[in-house]
Design a protein around this ligand. Structure first.
Ligand SMILES: [Fe+2]
Length: 344
């Protein structure tokens, strides 16, 4: 009798331990996602994925660079199955650090255009953003706006702002200019641009838009989604700034506007590769893309999915037609040039 009771107690303990281990009782498996995204609407998507597949999702949220360092330090013991971070330059760095593995699937091939993924399938884009001109409509005549190259013209002297060269968004912009113009022309471009800065680079993208509205400068180079975020901010001043400025997509008659992605890759040491691929497939699907992109006012990567109405109101645009992996490949040279020409 005592033995039977003991058996039942042990059985009960093992059931509890199993349930704790998997967190989500009722699901077969749980995968771990390292992500820098922190939007409430994302959780609904992960819940939906679990509902569809029975696979639970354990989210570890932190800054992109911290997650990259953490995965690197963890090595083979890393619990990460997927890493989700912004910027193709950063995704490329994670690939070079051997944090991803190459994966293929027919669904990912259908959902993610070639331009928006690693050429060797180490990472796939999930959302897209453009690095545009944000200008004050009372101080800039839209007919004076054309290209990134035109910003070196003396007519822009003391009128332009953007953040520092330590910021990966500007490093990727610089990389795109190297890819398109060649090293020497890109160096001359950056030199001319810096000469027209209204102040030493400082602050984040939102601070650039605020400085345009407060009169520090007339035009900022910044990412589209920050305007969406400011218009929908709980801070009335940010709403005012977002609604005052205008967006211009440069290089529409030439090489297109600089774009970038946030993306995902399957971790090199994932023990749940099939399930990890399934989640990336789901995040790029028509069902998930709209709300996944809308959470940060970004453009869906899946061409079958319409962007948010606010983004549609800015109009469609032609994007730079270069493989985004080039942004990572040129990033070291981009940083060297920016330092040499005095882009602070
Ligand atoms: Fe950002």
């Amino acid at each position: 009798m005592k033995k039977t009771i003991l058996t039942f107690v042990l059985l009960f303990i093992s059931i509890i331990l199993t349930a704790c281990q998997f967190g989500n009782v009722g699901t077969d498996k749980v995968i771990t996602v390292y992500t820098e995204r922190h939007y409430d609407t994302d959780q609904l998507l992960y819940d939906r994925f679990t509902e569809l597949t029975g696979i639970g999702v354990n989210l570890i949220r932190d800054d992109a660079d911290k997650l990259i360092t953490r995965m690197d330090n963890e090595g083979e013991d890393s619990p990460a199955d997927i890493l989700i971070i912004a910027d193709a330059g950063r995704l490329h760095r994670a690939k070079e650090m051997d944090l991803f593995q190459s994966v293929t699937s027919d669904i990912l091939s259908d959902n993610v255009p070639n331009q928006y993924k690693d050429p060797n399938n180490f990472w796939y884009g999930l959302t897209m953003r453009a690095r545009v001109f944000v200008y004050h409509p009372e101080r800039v005549n839209v007919s004076d706006l054309s290209t990134y190259e035109d910003l070196t013209d003396p007519k822009w002297e003391g009128r332009i702002i953007t953040r520092t060269s330590t910021n990966i968004y500007n490093q990727s912009l610089m990389s795109s200019m190297i890819e398109i113009m060649g090293e020497e022309a890109a160096r001359a471009w950056a030199t001319g641009l810096v000469q027209n800065f209204a102040r030493d680079p400082q602050g984040n993208d939102r601070d650039q838009a605020k400085a345009v509205v407060s009169g520090v400068a007339d035009l900022a180079i910044m990412n589209t989604y920050y305007i969406g975020r400011m218009i929908n901010s709980s801070d009335p001043y940010e709403v005012e700034v977002g609604e005052t400025v205008r967006i211009f997509f440069p290089n529409q008659d030439t090489t297109g506007t600089h774009i970038n992605v946030s993306g995902a890759g399957v971790a090199k040491h994932s023990k749940n590769v099939d399930e990890a691929i399934q989640l990336i497939e789901f995040l790029t699907s028509e069902e998930a893309q709209r709300s996944y992109a809308d959470a940060n006012f970004e453009y869906p990567i899946n061409p079958a999915v319409e962007p948010h109405d606010l983004l549609k109101s800015w109009g469609s645009f032609k994007a730079q037609d270069i493989p985004l992996s080039k942004l990572g490949e040129h990033s070291v040279l981009a940083i060297i040039i920016m330092n040499e020409i005095g882009w602070k």
